[in-house]
Design a binder for this molecule. Sequence first.
Ligand code: ATP
Ligand code: MG
Length: 242
Amino acid sequence: MTLVLSARDVRRDYPVAGTPVHAVRGISLDVHAGEWVAIVGPSGCGKSTLLNLLGAIDRPSAGSITIAGRDVARLGDAEATRFRLTGVGFVFQRFYLMPTLTAAENVELPMAEAKVPRVEREARARELLGYVGLAGRADHRPFQLSGGEQQRVAIARALANRPALLLADEPTGELDARTGTEVIALLDRLNRDGTTIVTVTHDEELAQAARRVVHVRDGAIVDDVVRRPLPPAAPADGAARR
Ligand SMILES: Nc1ncnc2c1ncn2[C@@H]1O[C@H](COP(=O)(O)OP(=O)(O)OP(=O)(O)O)[C@@H](O)[C@H]1O
Ligand SMILES: [Mg+2]
């Protein structure tokens, strides 16, 4: 099995005046190609802090994080920016689409930043929007889309540069139950097609859909349960990646 993510004794202290906050207290975690891990735990236990470290949005105070063979804990600013563009795809609770751009242009944006030629990125944006069921919405702007549709555009955007790992922080947090179920079904399809996923969530339905559930309390892993093992002939890294 190909190791996509390996975190070793990761710590993150926030230096707040008086009493520093120890948000992540020595987390070690391995994620293999094809897995879908849901990180769950009470509010304030360090889930978002951990996900931001895994996505090179933030740096750990101590420990190492290797993603697709790169030591992301020690990247310089320019390298971290580059890594966020191509190494991981990030999906947020609040979508964060560019309001002035169409759905297709939003999906093209990370490809434009990665200097993918126009013809290629237009074709890939159409392909991805088709995959997430939004072929007919390519020229809509975010305000012309429902919440669930906006999140599907954000998922397509996160996959644009074919990242090794999709990270999602409460991707159903802003959605009603029915729309949330649609987004969970899309994540499930992506995972079955070979995308490696780590989601942080309070949503029990989302946690139940994942292959593996990691419980966090006070910045540490307290439980790690594989609910649905990978099939024996898991796709090689990237073979079926979207
Ligand atoms: N920038 C910051 N400065 C200081 N403390 C912070 C900062 N960001 C988060 N914290 C603290 O770190 C701890 C972990 O926060 P984090 O956002 O990771 O929790 P969470 O598990 O994602 O919670 P939720 O489920 O509510 O989103 C909390 O106690 C929080 O108050
Ligand atoms: Mg959070």
